[in-house]
Design a protein. Structure first.
Length: 124
């Protein structure tokens, strides 16, 4: 049986190579989505930590200044009744905050570790 006489012959070289097939493209896209889904789920549900200087502290949250090279960003954290907050967490303190994201993509602080206390200005 010759392919040239077959009614299933390929009409173009691109189709013959498989690059023009919508079914093959869809299968590749689906496979990539399945492979990347666990990575995204871990990033959302995983535990994270951030180190920086406290800019503002309230009973319900903390704003921390985090440096990225020459750039500085403000990161907001939500404090809950389960958050472990040691003494010395005040404006100007350098801290590490261990957190996770909630379903609304807010950073929920789990515990705070004080690295250095805020600088105290001496009168004089």
């Amino acid at each position: 049986m010759r392919l040239a006489n077959s009614r299933f012959r390929c009409r173009s070289r691109a189709h013959a190579a498989g690059t023009g097939s919508p079914r093959a493209t869809l299968a590749i896209a689906f496979a990539l989505a399945c492979l990347l889904a666990p990575i995204r789920a871990h990033a959302v549900n995983g535990k994270h930590q951030a180190t920086g200087t406290i800019l503002l502290r309230s009973p319900s949250g903390i704003v921390m200044l985090k440096k990225f090279g020459e750039h500085t960003a403000k990161w907001d954290f939500v404090l809950t009744h389960d958050t472990e907050i040691p003494d010395g967490v005040a404006k100007g303190a350098r801290v590490t905050i261990y957190y996770h994201y909630d379903s609304a993509s807010k950073r929920i602080a789990e515990r705070i570790k004080v690295i250095s206390a805020p600088a105290v200005k001496k009168p004089g």
